[in-house]
Design a protein. Structure first.
Lengths: 204, 479
């Protein structure tokens, strides 16, 4: 128990520090790397909660795919960040108010008589062993129908994205293998008769 | 959970539809523009065969659930599905000409519409909040892409953006309500939720919040005022072939969602949501009918008229009993038929580079083409609810159900607004019959469109044949 608590506080404070780094670091690449650390520590926290599948998926999907994309964008676009940082003092009162309001709401929800831990006790772990296996079993048996619908939704997303963005452009380079294979000598080679230079030409 | 292959038999129409969508998707890659009529034929054939498969196990009075209650088939779902197939097939017939003229005759139109149809089938058969939501998203995502299909039109892109953002917001609200419902009852199954709610002893404040969020979400998807902002822009901005689709069949699905979630899942809280729906219905009737008067664009006018029709549909649902639900179902089916006819006529009168979407474009239509003028006359009369048409009966049944449920004041107000609404329908008729034509191009219409349009409009008129059996069907579905 003590080890768990030490781990929780260590990871939690690291998470907060990394999160602060995302918004305060000057260099966008450093900020993005700090976001990677944020994802990483929060996945550690999830694993501490015995949600190891979600923790690993967070690293695979967010760190592995989303953050790489972020870094690409940050590195490719040369964004001047100084104008974005202006007016900190001007927006502080509004921002502070929103932050305080959100904090108050979270406290109200988590401690209220409706949603407090007194009403809803933390559920006892129902699964022995790997929850990856248990999730897989649920997903492919009881929830196979919604799972398949989700797959169809992804297919729609692909079809829609291609329909809306793919265009036949003038002069785009594409291969037509049929034509490449069937090409004959006459299509490519043009024999040009050039009159051989005679001595008279030189004399002129 | 699937124990045996026979568990999938109730899903046969949906599975067939999905397979055919993939076939059309792949076939679309290999068929060039000249022979794209094959795709058109294949899409209509798919809908016909899906309807045949649905009719195979069609039994109005019976209800059975598959896949652990996630998929429900009963009279309500089957009747709605059959009309979804029918309206979509009619939409395909009307749309072909317009798509070809506007250089949008692509296989993706057909695949996306069929994906939307699949989403609607899942939605109206959803016995679980999860499947209801996923079906809704499948429908919504396909619709967003369809609205943006004409990429070179800035109004289409703008309206698609609005549709997408507001639709995402509505989904968020609906999901929030669903998550609270799950938190309160501990189940996603609509039947279990209804049992838990009926047993009482749940915090009433939280329940009120939950019901509010779900009603707001449904209101958004229906396009009911005050959540109607997207409707006129989307109807106006989208290509007419797409407007034709999103104004008809998805309304059937939205009604199906309201039936599933409100009339089944939240049935014990009927006094909560009936009040809210009453408010939505009143606002929809007022805003829809009053704003439609000011429109000069026919597509925008029909959009506002849709909002007022949604008010009537909600009027039936809020009665809360079987008679009310049956009346609402009858109304939404009639509405879908009227809407396809109206937009079909707009398409028929359009030609290359010119959409007959302003009311002035219909000036003197009687002199140019008396038959189409007559069809438009019947459609407008039916929308306004004049007696010999089926639109009159739809309004009558809904009002009767509302009065029986004790909503007399609301019924009277809605009649007043319907009378105000008759003005703008009559204006279209007046323009067609009493004004001189300004343009004089020949109206050329392919034979199949002409005959389907005639049948569609005659269905609105042939009340003795249609109204009786159709109301009986709706009533049986709700028994």
């Amino acid at each position: 128990m003590v080890v768990e608590q030490i781990l929780f506080f260590a990871l939690g404070s690291l998470l907060l520090l990394a999160g602060l780094g995302v918004v305060t670091l000057k260099n966008p690449v450093h900020a993005a790397m700090s976001l990677v650390l944020t994802f990483f520590t929060s996945s550690m926290l999830w694993i501490l909660l015995r949600a190891e599948f979600l923790g690993i998926v967070l690293i695979l999907v967010y760190v592995g795919a989303v953050m790489v994309l972020f870094l690409f964008v940050v590195m490719m676009l040369d964004i001047n960040t100084t104008p974005l940082r202006e007016g900190f003092a001007r927006y502080l009162p509004v921002g502070g108010l929103v932050a305080a309001l959100m904090a108050a709401q979270m406290v109200a929800v988590l401690s209220s008589k409706h949603f407090g831990f007194d009403n809803f006790a933390p559920p006892a772990p129902v699964i022995e062993g790997s929850n990856t296996e248990a999730l897989g079993m649920e997903l492919y048996t009881n929830y196979v129908y919604p799972f398949e619908i989700a797959a169809v939704i992804l297919l729609v997303a692909i079809v829609a994205a291609i329909t809306l963005t793919h265009r036949k452009r003038e002069g785009s380079k594409t291969q037509d293998i049929n034509r490449q294979v069937q090409v004959r000598r006459d299509d490519r080679v043009r024999i040009v008769k050039v009159a051989s230079e005679s001595s008279e030409g030189h004399g002129a | 959970m699937i124990q045996a292959w026979s568990d999938l038999i109730p899903l046969l129409p949906e599975l067939f539809l999905l397979v055919m969508i993939n076939v059309i998707l792949i076939a679309g890659l290999f068929i060039d523009e000249k022979r794209r009529g094959i795709i058109h034929f294949l899409a209509i054939l798919t809908l016909v065969l899906t309807a045949v498969l649905t009719l195979r196990d069609f039994n109005v009075g019976q209800r059975f659930a598959a896949l652990g209650g996630m998929f429900v088939r009963d009279g309500v779902s089957d009747v709605l599905k059959l009309f979804i197939y029918l309206t979509t097939a009619v939409v395909f017939v009307y749309a072909k000409h317009s798509l070809r003229v506007n250089k949008l005759f692509v296989a993706e139109y057909y695949t996306l519409v069929l994906f939307a149809v699949l989403g609607m089938c899942i939605l109206v058969s959803g016995g679980n909040l999860l499947t209801v939501y996923l079906g809704l998203e499948l429908l919504a995502l396909s619709s967003y892409a369809l609205v943006a299909l004409d990429r070179d039109s800035s109004t289409a892109s703008e309206s698609a953006m609005k549709y997408f953002v507001l639709g995402a917001l509505a989904s968020g609200l609906l999901l929030y309500g669903m998550s609270m419902l799950y938190g309160l009852t501990g189940s996603l199954d609509l039947g279990v939720i209804a049992d838990k709610l009926a047993s009482g002893d749940l915090p009433p404040v939280l329940l009120a919040f939950t019901v509010t969020f779900i009603v707001v979400g449904i209101g958004f998807k229906f396009g009911a005022a005050p959540f109607h902002m997207w409707v006129p822009d989307v109807y106006h901005g989208a290509p007419t072939a797409v407007t034709l689709f999103i104004s008809s069949a998805p309304k059937l699905a939205a009604a199906g969602m309201a039936f599933r979630v409100l009339a089944e899942g939240l049935e014990p809280r009927v006094q909560d949501w009936a009040q809210m729906l009453g408010f939505l219905a009143l606002l929809s009737l007022a805003i829809g009918n009053l704003a439609a008067i000011a429109q000069t664009n026919l597509k925008r006018m029909l959009a506002y008229s849709t909002i007022s029709h949604v008010g009537f549909i909600l009027l039936g649902i809020l009665a809360g009993d079987e008679a009310g639900m049956a009346a609402a179902m009858f109304y939404v089916i009639v509405y879908a038929l009227m809407s396809t006819a109206a937009f079909g006529l707009i398409i028929v009168l359009s030609r290359a580079g010119f959409d007959a979407e302003r009311i002035e474009d219909f000036k003197g239509l009687n002199q140019r083409h008396p038959w189409f003028a007559f069809l438009m006359l019947v459609t407008m009369a039916s929308m306004a609810g004049f007696p010999p048409t089926i639109g009159f009966f739809a309004k009558l049944y809904v009002l009767q159900a509302a009065v029986d449920a004790g909503w007399l004041w609301l019924a009277i107000t809605s009649v007043v607004f319907a009378v105000i609404g008759a003005y703008y329908y009559l204006r279209v008729i007046k323009v067609m019959y009493f004004d001189e034509p300004e343009v004089d191009h020949r109206i050329t219409v392919p034979g199949d469109v002409r005959s389907v349009l005639a049948v569609n409009v005659v269905m609105l008129l042939a009340l003795t044949m249609m109204a009786g059996p159709l109301t009986r069907l709706c009533e049986q579905a709700w028994q």
